[in-house]
Design a protein around this ligand. Structure first.
Ligand code: TXA
Ligand code: MG
Length: 317
């Protein structure tokens, strides 16, 4: 069992010793360790049971840290940084040689994010190295959005979980890279595409759908509960699966099932609220005594795009 607490100085001391901790961010909780310490990075891969070909994100406190890690900052990245950092946007930059290859799975680029969560920021200010922090879940499972979620799955492997309350956004950061000044979106996430496109006009999509990813980590099956999850017209699915014990995960409609059988993500149809509730709902339903989770396609606007992406990957097995 890990200790769950709010002691930033203690968390920083553990990180300086090379330990891992659970860290809150506005998107999801991270499993954090010193991004410049190879043995801490190895521990992250082992604790998550994450394949070494799937690179990690480095979290930083300020622009100064960015300059100490990368060799080049494209103009588009500068614009995005000014608009959205700190926040739910991760960007890929060519890395400096001193950044361990194991962090980036041997790639020349590294993923960097400046989180907005006040606890994460305070922690990053306390230390003088960036934090590697993938989502704090076993590889392939649903990401954690509370300290308790981290404790439930990784509590026996880490000494401390810094509690920053429930993650406010609830889905992982949007990831973009650059081809010249072209912005390439690799993962849909907490930064809405509508907002991104207000700042950079030249945008391309490379969100992997296939099962053999060309960019590491964009795996088709991911964010998945243990239970089978089916996406479609919920009403029709209820008929189709009438012989099984079903649970319903809906956007806003009430299908009349009792609590313990149905979760409505946002009764008044707010996609931002739905994203915030999504992963906790999937974890809850995974523990229910049901055979299958029936859900639906969300409107593809705002955070609906990221929600659909996560549901699609959760449905693959
Ligand atoms: O919101 C988030 O981004 C959370 C919080 C904790 O910050 N972190 C997170 O990390 O979602 P993780 O490790 O679960 O996802 C990182 C993704 C992976 O899919 C990885 O393949 C991709 O980032 N990535 C990292 N470095 C990359 C690189 N150089 N090129 C392409 N993809 C990269
Ligand atoms: Mg993850």
């Amino acid at each position: 069992m890990a200790v769950i607490g709010k002691d930033i100085a203690h968390a920083a001391a553990l990180l300086r010793e090379g330990s891992l901790i659970g860290m809150p961010t506005e998107t999801v909780y991270g499993l954090a360790g010193n991004a410049l310490d190879e043995s801490a990075i190895v521990k992250i891969f082992e604790t998550k049971r994450r394949p070494r070909f799937d690179p990690l994100i480095a979290h930083i406190a300020n622009e100064e840290a960015l300059h100490s890690l990368v060799t080049h900052i494209p103009e588009s990245a500068l614009l995005l940084m000014r608009a959205f950092w700190p926040g739910p946007l991760t960007m890929l930059f060519p890395k400096q040689d001193h950044v361990p290859d194991i962090l980036t799975s041997g790639l020349d680029t590294m993923a960097i994010r400046m989180p907005h969560h006040p606890t994460a920021r305070a922690l990053l200010e306390e230390i003088d190295f960036p934090l590697a922090a993938p989502s704090a879940n076993p590889f392939g499972y649903v990401s954690p959005t509370t300290a308790q979620h981290v404790e439930d799955q990784l509590g026996s492997y880490i000494p401390y979980i810094l509690d920053g309350g429930p993650s406010h956004i609830g889905v992982e950061s949007t990831i973009v890279g650059f081809e010249g000044e072209l912005t390439v979106v690799y993962r849909l996430g907490g930064l809405m595409l509508e907002d991104l496109k207000k700042v950079v006009t030249s945008v391309k999509f490379n969100v992997q759908e296939g099962s053999a990813p060309q960019a590491p980590g964009m795996l088709k099956s991911h964010y998945a509960p243990t239970k089978k999850l089916i996406i479609g017209n919920i009403k029709a699915l209820v008929d189709e699966y009438s012989a099984q014990d079903i649970g319903i995960l809906s956007f806003q409609q009430d299908y009349g099932l009792p609590a313990g059988r149905q979760i409505i993500l946002s009764a008044n149809g707010d996609l931002t609220e739905a994203a915030r509730n999504l992963f906790a709902a999937m974890r809850k339903m995974d523990a229910w005594d049901i055979d299958v989770i029936l859900t639906e396609r969300f409107p593809t606007m705002g955070l609906g795009a990221a929600i659909n992406d996560r549901l699609k990957r959760a449905a693959v097995r």
